[in-house]
Design a binder for this molecule. Structure first.
Ligand code: ATP
Length: 273
């Protein structure tokens, strides 16, 4: 749901971006995966808003090292898929496994503690807090001060602009800078899986390019990413695999390069006639 614009910062739904892991994650190479090498396995989930059947049997997986993208039109169910994974909308049917463990229906803070962090659609920053305070919120469950400091340096290295503006109130930043804070806050949890919901939404093209470059860099540093995007072209360009959602189900899945050449995808999502 696209309720917020970057220019209208809003108070976060506290559990919507459960930002921190209880303990820092192990090094990526040491992370456990399910039997088939997948760190995340979503199997036939059905999620509702009251009587609205929003997800009608979604299955997908993210494997170690991958960027996986979920693309599709407005209202297809992309955000609801992320909300099902992060514990905000409990699926009525189906299972979600993370590192081989069933996390279906777990509380959002527990899921964060296991290592899934999200940068939500609309950023959902704390607008009256500084950039630094917003970033620190991402580590609020952590106690390893040295690790937190290390991760702050990592975030500043990825986003030098945030270092320059660390004392500035987050609500006064541009949309692109706010997106950087939202992603940096999620990284402060040192996640084993990073979920990004529409990171390019509402941004000027120059910022879109920059954000996608950083998505790739984060992934190359060892973090698998589940990327929800309406900018299908950019998303398929950086992803290894993709899933195309249509009204609550997965219409297509393939290697991202193959999807980018698919005629149906090009017509529906890449603006070709
Ligand atoms: P967008 O790109 O617009 O965010 P999306 O693909 O992320 O779209 P969802 O936001 O997951 O789609 O919405 C999936 C379906 O669930 C839509 O039909 C939407 O109207 C419905 N929906 C989403 N949030 C709610 C809600 N809070 N209450 C009722 N229905 C909802």
């Amino acid at each position: 749901m696209s309720e917020h614009t970057p220019e209208q910062p809003t108070q976060p739904e506290a559990p919507a971006t459960p930002p921190a892991a209880a303990e820092p994650a192990a090094a990526p190479a040491a992370q456990a995966a399910g039997g088939n090498g997948a760190i995340l396995e979503v199997n036939d989930i059905h999620t509702y808003y009251g009587s609205i059947h929003a997800l009608k049997g979604i299955s997908l997986e993210v494997r170690q090292g991958e960027i996986v993208t979920l693309i599709g039109a407005n209202g297809a169910g992309k955000s609801t898929t992320l909300r099902s994974i992060n514990g905000l909308n409990r699926p009525r049917k189906g299972t979600i496994r993370f590192q081989g463990k069933d996390i279906t229906g777990e509380a959002p803070h527990k899921i964060v503690g296991m290592g899934i962090a999200q940068s939500p659609e609309g950023r959902k920053l704390f607008p009256y807090m500084s950039v630094l305070e917003n970033l620190e919120m991402g580590a609020f469950q952590r106690t390893d001060r040295a690790g937190i400091k290390e991760d702050l340096e990592r975030v500043y290295h990825l986003f030098p602009r945030l270092n320059e503006r660390k004392t500035q109130r987050a609500g006064t930043l541009s949309g692109g800078e706010q997106q950087m804070v939202a992603m940096g806050r999620a990284l402060m949890a040192r996640p084993k899986l990073l979920m990004l919901d529409e990171p390019s939404m509402g941004l000027a093209p120059i910022f879109v390019e920059k954000i996608f470059e950083i998505v790739v860099e984060i992934n190359q540093q060892g973090t698998p990413i589940l990327l929800v995007e309406q900018n299908a072209l950019m998303a398929l360009d950086v992803a290894k695999r993709g899933y195309v959602m249509e009204t609550g189900h997965i219409a297509l899945t393939d290697e991202a390069k193959t999807l980018a050449k698919n005629e149906q995808v090009r017509k529906a999502y890449l603006g070709e006639t």
